[in-house]
Ligand binder design. Structure first.
Ligand code: SF4
Length: 356
């Protein structure tokens, strides 16, 4: 085992009163942003989910048993994904994030990475993973063309990790993080979904991970997607203002640190003297639809306009058999027009099917 959390000291229990009025007011201002762009020219990133399967069973994401997986024959193959990516690049969508489910469960996903990397005009290639298989795959992924990795990690405590994922060993994730950083996939991002009953007392300890390392730790408001709300059995939502307030109560005021690399949805801040950054993804308390620059491709070929409730366009008939290039381009344009003005507060698809 290698890297360890920088701090695991006990932290004060946090409640909504910690958040100061200025942060709450700022969240309100952000929530009033204008509707999302419906122009293909605004789209920069395609999130490509390569599988709905996962080697963990996070309690807010999947039931312990009985998931109905997409049949393997229905998954887009790597040639089909590459054709879609080529069209995306023609339209100016040059960045690709490989995701899942757990993308490292897709056999030889490194081959897909290399195929995308070889496309003329391909921009940033990144991957989101739960980290369990990352230690042995990091060097190969880097060699194939992945530049940066996002690791999902919702707790720093081994016992909680085991309970939250129902099966995982947190040591594997830290080994994966160390391997990814050693392979040069930096700055590494750590995504933390903040849960009222799960980890809200750990947010300041997570923030501490940015003190010595040039990492982005990003706090994500819990989003009720698919069965997630039913699975957790209680309202797990913790608003941005409260998360930030809990961090500032321990570490002092955060200073704005600009947009994320790749211009993703996070707003970034820095603790005084820290090397890394802290990000917030506040899709619930302050939707950022007006700055949305991404589309999503599901494993079976639906181009999805929004994580939550936007419409989808089926690309499979356009890439299976003889390629209909013009129709594929038009499908992208049509899909962006399906973006909602402002997303609803409930997602109609399971997170593991759309790559969170
Ligand atoms: S949240 Fe991510 S790691 Fe956890 S079960 Fe869902 S897809 Fe797997």
């Amino acid at each position: 085992m290698s890297a360890k959390p920088a701090s695991q000291r006990s932290l004060p229990v946090v409640d909504g009163s910690v958040a100061d009025a200025a942060v709450a007011a700022e969240a309100g201002r952000l929530a009033d942003q204008a509707a999302g762009p419906r122009d293909i020219a605004a789209v920069r990133t395609l999130r490509v989910s390569v599988t709905d399967r996962c080697n963990l069973r996070c309690t807010y994401c999947m039931p312990a048993e009985g998931m109905k997986w997409i049949p393997k024959g229905d998954l887009l193959d790597f040639e089909e994904i590459t054709r879609i990516a080529r069209t995306a690049i023609d339209l100016g969508i040059t960045n690709f994030k490989i995701t899942g489910g757990e993308p490292l469960l897709r056999q030889q996903v490194e081959d897909l990475v290399a195929m995308l990397r070889a496309l003329p005009g391909c921009g940033e290639l990144s991957l989101t993973t739960n980290g369990i298989l990352l230690a042995e795959r990091a060097a190969g992924l880097r060699a194939a063309g992945i530049e940066r990795v996002t690791v999902s990690l919702d707790t720093l405590r081994a016992d909680r990790f085991r309970a939250l994922t129902r099966t995982g060993h947190i040591e594997r994730v830290w080994e994966g993080i160390a391997a990814a950083e050693a392979a040069g996939m930096t700055p590494l991002k750590i995504n933390v979904v903040v849960l009222r009953d799960g980890n809200v007392d750990e947010v300041a300890a997570f923030a501490d991970l940015t003190r010595e390392h040039k990492r982005d730790v990003r706090f994500i408001e819990f989003m009720p997607l698919g069965q997630s709300k039913a699975l957790t059995g209680a309202d797990q939502f913790v608003p941005y203002a409260e998360i930030r307030g809990a961090i500032e109560a321990v570490h002092g005021p955060l200073v704005e640190a600009g947009r994320g690399v790749g211009h993703g949805p996070a707003r970034h801040f820095r603790m005084a003297g820290a090397r890394g950054r802290i990000g917030f993804i506040h899709a619930m308390s302050a939707p950022f639809c007006s700055t949305c620059n991404r589309l999503r491709l599901t494993p079976e070929g639906q181009l999805r306009s929004c994580l939550f409730d936007g419409g989808e366009v089926d690309l499979r008939p356009l890439v299976r058999g003889s390629l209909r290039a013009d129709a594929l381009r038009q499908a992208f344009v049509d899909c962006v027009r399906l973006k909602p003005d402002r997303h609803q507060m409930y997602g109609n698809r399971q997170m593991s099917q759309i790559g969170g």
